[in-house]
Design a protein around this ligand. Sequence first.
Ligand SMILES: C[S@@+](CC[C@H](N)C(=O)[O-])C[C@H]1O[C@@H](n2cnc3c(N)ncnc32)[C@H](O)[C@@H]1O
Length: 328
Amino acid sequence: MATEEHKELAYYIKEVHASLRKSSSKIGFRRAWLEHCKNESILKKYAKCMERLATVHWDSNCLDKSNAVVSRIQWSADYCYNYYINEHYLKFRDREIDISQKININIDTSEQFSLPLKLLDVGSCYNPFKMYTFLDVLPIDLCPANNSVYQCDFLNVVIGKETIIESQNIKQLEQNSYDIVTFCFLLEYIPNSELRIEACVRAYNLLKSGGILIINTPDSKHVGANSKLMKCWRYTLACLGFSRIKYEKFKHMHCLVFRKSLHKDIAIRWTTLCKEPIMEYGLFIPQDFLSEKEEDDHTNLDKASIICNNDSATITEHFDELPFSYDE
Ligand SMILES: C[S@@+](CC[C@H](N)C(=O)[O-])C[C@H]1O[C@@H](n2cnc3c(N)ncnc32)[C@H](O)[C@@H]1O
C-alpha cells in the first residue's frame, strides 16, 4: 500500500506531465515546451518531488525482498554489464555481419569501448547511476535535483565535435562518443511523439556504433494492453537505425534496449521484412490518446485516492515483476 506522501509526490509528477500535454495541444508543442522550460518554480518542485519519490519510496520498495521488486536503475546497469563486460554484444555484431553480407553492404566499423563505459543519463534528476564504478556517467537534466547533475535541455543542446561544459551547464555534447544513452522514465515527460522521436535521433547521433539506447517507460497495464504501441516504437526506432535487442515487461514498466546498428541499412531492412499493418511511425504513449476530459478525470481519480486514502491502480508504483521477457 502506497503511503500518503508517496501518492502526493506521484500525483504532482503526473500533473506536471498532463498539464504540459494539455498546453502542447492548445498552443503547439514547441511553444509549450519553451514556456515550460522557463517555469523555474515548477521545474524545481518537480525535481525535489521526483528525487524523494525515487530515493525514499521506490528504493525502499526495491530493498524489501518480499515485494520481488525490480529497480529500473539496477536492471539497466545489469544490462550494460552483460552487454559489454560479459560480451553479449558479440552475438548482435555477428548477426549484423551476416545480414550485411546478405544485403551487400560493407561494414567498416566495430564496437570500440574501454572501461569505465561512457553513459549519458538523460533526464537523470538526481544521478541514480552514480554508484556503478564500471560506468563513467554524464548525468544531465532540465532541472537538476542536486549538484552532481548538469543542467541541459536535451531537446535543444548542440551536438558537435566535443563536449563543452560551462560551470554546471552543458553547452554542447560530443557526437558518436557514448557507449550507452539512458532514457529512464524520460519519454512520458516529453509531450508528444514528434519531440520523442527527436530525442531518439539525438541519442543515435551521440552513440558510438554498436552502442545502446536503454528506455524504461512506466505502464501498469498487462503486457498485451499496449503491445501495439510497443510495436510502433520498435518500428520507428528501426527506421532511425536502431535494432531492438531486449524487451522486458514488469508489472509497472517496460524495459527496452536498442542497439545502434553498425550500418543503418541493417535496422532499416528489418522494417521492410517485418512491418505489420498496425506498425505506424510514431512514439506514442497511452496518455496521448486521452481527451482533455479523460485526462481531467484521471487527475481527479488520483486526487480522490489521496483524499480518501485508498490505493488507486494508476498511482501505485510497486514494480512487481511479471515473467515476460525475451532477447531478440
Ligand atoms: C520522471 S523523471 C525521471 C528521473 C530519473 N531518470 C529516474 O528514473 O528516477 C524525468 C526527468 O526528465 C527530465 N527531463 C525531461 N525533459 C528533459 C530534457 N529535454 N532534457 C533534460 N532532461 C529532461 C525532467 O526534468 C525529469 O527530471
